[in-house]
Design a protein around this ligand. Structure first.
Ligand SMILES: [Zn+2]
Length: 350
């Protein structure tokens, strides 16, 4: 029946006119396997309305979600060395790069944008997991340096949204060197006294989690995100032990102090605005009072006469309330005195 598909269908389409029907109107939630209408999913920031599973976002979706009115400007990133090792596995690395660029419409895995969030200047760098697993090569390292320097020039906060499988294997050791470069980039922001906040999204692993993604002044994680260095299966095989439930999830890391806040995607923007606001406008500093030196301290005690008066007042108030208690005390005192007198009297006698 191939002629029906190859001949009749195109003819009919020509007659009717090509009407583009989006292929995937319904999405299947990878967690609860419920079908979700694409428009419902988009209005819900790609969070499953049935089980609140957070699906991965592209760089543009993420940026639109974060900036005020979804308005931002992308920064142009410098051209970096392409395929420095002339790497080839089943496919040439240069071919893989070209395919990823065509598919994603971006030059590499990192997109840098600037704009305002809650009226404050921010530079946001987003890793796109859709671009070769958000892997970090020279271009990503270069991009993060640009983002850091842009933040310093604009006196803006730097927010990095991470989603990565780690270093880009096709660039060998050069990709590992980006761990150092990105750390230096983060330090430049810190030296300028500007906030650096990391949003850890699903998944943040490998060299990215071992460098800039764990260096935030505040580490925010999206609910349910997988965050770790090596994969759970690799660890299990290496240490030959069963890993605890929920290992390497945002919630687990929060419990163990690696992550500061775990947020729902709906609260992410507000949380980031609040955090940057607190870091940028910490409020008026408290007054500094000098600590008195020991010598001056005794002088101050001598000067401050009202203190004994206050004590006297307290005693006067207490006595009438506890008459019953006060009486035995009054009795006890003479007894003690009497004993002391007796002792005194005996001592000279002996
Ligand atoms: Zn679901």
């Amino acid at each position: 029946m191939n002629w029906l598909k190859n001949w009749v269908r195109p003819k009919l389409r020509d007659l009717v006119g090509t009407r583009e029907i989006p292929e995937n109107l319904w999405h299947k939630c990878p967690s609860c396997e419920q079908m979700i209408f694409h428009r419902d999913l988009d209005t819900n920031l790609r969070v499953c309305p049935h089980c609140t599973h957070h699906m991965r976002l592209s760089a543009t979706e993420r940026l639109e979600m974060l900036f005020d009115e979804g308005a931002y400007q992308t920064a142009e990133l410098p051209e970096s060395v392409q395929d420095p090792l002339k790497f080839r596995d089943q496919k040439r690395y240069s071919d893989r790069l070209r395919d990823a660029r065509n598919k994603n419409g971006s030059h590499d895995a990192l997109t840098v944008a600037h704009g305002t969030m809650g009226g404050m200047n921010v530079v946001v760098a987003v890793l796109d997991f859709g671009f070769m697993g958000g892997s970090m090569g020279i271009a990503v390292g270069e991009g993060l340096l640009v983002a850091a320097r842009l933040a310093v020039v604009q006196e803006a906060s730097l927010i990095v949204v991470s989603a990565s499988g780690g270093a880009r294997m096709q660039e060998g050791i050069l990709s590992l060197m980006q761990m150092v470069r990105t750390t230096i980039a983060v330090n430049e922001v810190r030296e300028a006294g500007l906030p650096y906040i990391v949003v850890l999204t699903d998944p943040t692993t490998g060299g990215v989690s071992a460098s800039f993604a764990m260096l935030g002044d505040i580490a925010v994680a999206e609910r349910g995100a997988v965050i770790g260095f090596a994969g759970a299966r690799v660890i299990e095989q290496t240490i030959r032990a069963k890993l605890p439930e929920g290992f390497q999830t945002a919630e687990y890391l929060h419990e163990h102090g690696m992550v500061d806040i775990v947020v729902d995607r709906h609260e992410l923007r507000d949380t980031l605005i609040r955090a940057t606001g607190l870091l940028r406008n910490p409020g008026r500093p408290g007054e500094l009072l000098p600590i008195p030196l020991p010598e001056t301290a005794t002088e101050m005690e001598a000067e401050s006469k009202p203190e004994p008066e206050v004590e006297a007042v307290v005693e006067v108030e207490v006595v009438p309330e506890t008459e019953a208690e006060a009486e035995p005390k009054a009795e006890a005192k003479p007894k003690a005195r009497a004993k002391a007198e007796v002792q005194d009297g005996r001592q000279p006698a002996e």
